[in-house]
Design a protein around this ligand. Structure first.
Ligand code: SAH
Length: 388
């Protein structure tokens, strides 16, 4: 990570910023394939979250379809990853438009479906699922399925991805809480990390830390909105599902709590001599859970979209759940497996791969221990935006 090279050198903040942008794009990816630690088998919590706002997603695509009635409907999933969630969502979107067109006696459009993620994503895992996806869609319509063209567009969503005015609907779930980079403001003028002993905003963090995160969110989110406004037609809509926080306070009982437990797992490894304290000091996640106000203000300031809806909800805990790989495990272990599938690439790059197993074992144990005392769930936002 940028922080690593930054820490050991006297380079300026500007140099470090550029390096961190590059690093996230090159290194960050969900665990690929379909094995035990893959995102494919550890994304059921995200599925549960997206399912809770599915009615909003489907209502929104229906509105866009009815109001624009195109011959060719352009849909994108940003941060699609390599799990089963992307195609199952697309399937429901396509079916909803199909039903609406039959109901209104309109000709069914052709579907252009664009799957986006970072270039390091395991797109092959999705491509391999495409024959079954096409087959399922056709089966339900007596072999007379819709015309659907699926393509992958690799690249960061903090850059342009699609041609001008080519999309009607953009969907993104559990991706936008990822910033474009580790905020450069987490380092002082000498290149020293200021968030020592924490990997996200914690009670120990100096106030500059939350400011660094908010600043990066503001830059990233408004860039995201501007770029998407160029790609969407007027009247096109976005459904964005991402982690957020309940109040304007930075330390919440949701997301910051889970990062704090991960920091505590590192402390155990440090006390065992498995991780150097300095290594932890220079590690921060490129993540930010915005407040409702953060989102509202950013949308207003940027000006290309109207915020039509913002819903906040929790994903309830399930006890004795089975993960996507058919393994029965405690809630803490499931959370640990989910976070591992997401964070392993970045952590291995910074700390080396040797600690990953024991780190996430400890993390799962801590989550279970804390959950036994108090039930804490991450907060998710479901946001609908219309391009004006
Ligand atoms: N939408 C899927 C996957 C969520 S995991 C689901 O709901 O299950 C988050 C995904 O966002 C990852 O695959 C990650 O690579 C992707 N992502 C994060 N930052 C990104 C960026 N800047 N551009 C494109 N994709 C990004």
């Amino acid at each position: 990570m940028a922080s690593k090279s930054h820490k050991n050198s006297t380079t300026t903040t500007t140099t470090a910023t550029a390096a961190s942008t590059m690093d996230v794009e090159k290194i960050f990816h969900m665990n690929g394939g379909v094995g035990q630690t893959s995102y494919y088998n550890n994304s059921s919590l995200q599925k549960k979250g997206s399912d809770k706002v599915k009615h909003v997603t489907l209502e929104t695509i229906e509105q866009v379809y009815v109001s624009t009635n195109p011959r060719s409907l352009g849909i994108a999933d940003l941060g699609c990853s390599s799990g089963p969630n992307t195609l199952s969502n697309i399937k429901e979107i396509v079916e909803t438009v199909g039903k609406t067109s039959r109901h209104l006696l309109l000709p069914e459009p052709e579907f252009r479906v664009y799957l986006n993620d970072l270039p390091t994503n395991d797109f092959n895992a999705i491509f391999q699922a495409l024959p079954d996806f096409y087959c399922d869609l056709k089966k339900e319509r007596n072999h007379a399925g819709p015309s659907i063209y699926v393509a992958a567009y690799p690249g960061t969503f903090y850059g342009r991805i699609f041609p001008d005015n080519s999309l009607h609907f953009i969907y993104s779930s559990y991706s936008l809480h990822w910033l474009s980079k580790v905020p450069p403001g987490l380092y002082d003028a000498q290149g020293e990390p200021i968030n020592k002993g924490s990997i996200y905003i914690t009670e120990r963090s100096p106030p500059e830390v939350s400011k660094a995160y908010v600043d990066q969110f503001n830059v990233d989110f408004s860039l995201f909105l501007r770029l998407r406004s160029e790609e969407l037609i007027v009247g096109g809509k976005m459904v964005l599902i991402f982690l957020g926080r309940e109040t304007p306070l930075h330390i919440d009982r949701g997301n910051s709590f889970f990062w704090e437990l991960l920091t505590q797992s590192f402390s155990t490894l440090i006390s065992q001599g498995d991780v150097e304290e300095k290594k932890l000091d220079s590690y921060d996640v490129h993540f930010y859970a915005p407040s409702k106000e953060d989102v509202e203000e950013a949308v207003k300031r940027e000006g290309s979209f109207v915020l039509e809806r913002l819903e906040m909800f929790e994903i309830e805990k399930e006890v004795g759940d089975i993960n996507g790989g058919g393994m029965k495990m405690s809630y803490g272990r499931r959370v640990a497996m989910a976070v591992r599938a997401i964070q392993e690439s970045m952590m291995t790059h910074h700390f080396g791969g040797a600690i990953v197993e024991s780190l996430f074992e400890e993390y799962g144990r801590l989550v279970d221990q804390e959950m036994a005392k108090q039930e804490i769930q991450p907060i998710t936002f479901g946001v609908v935006l219309r391009k004006i």
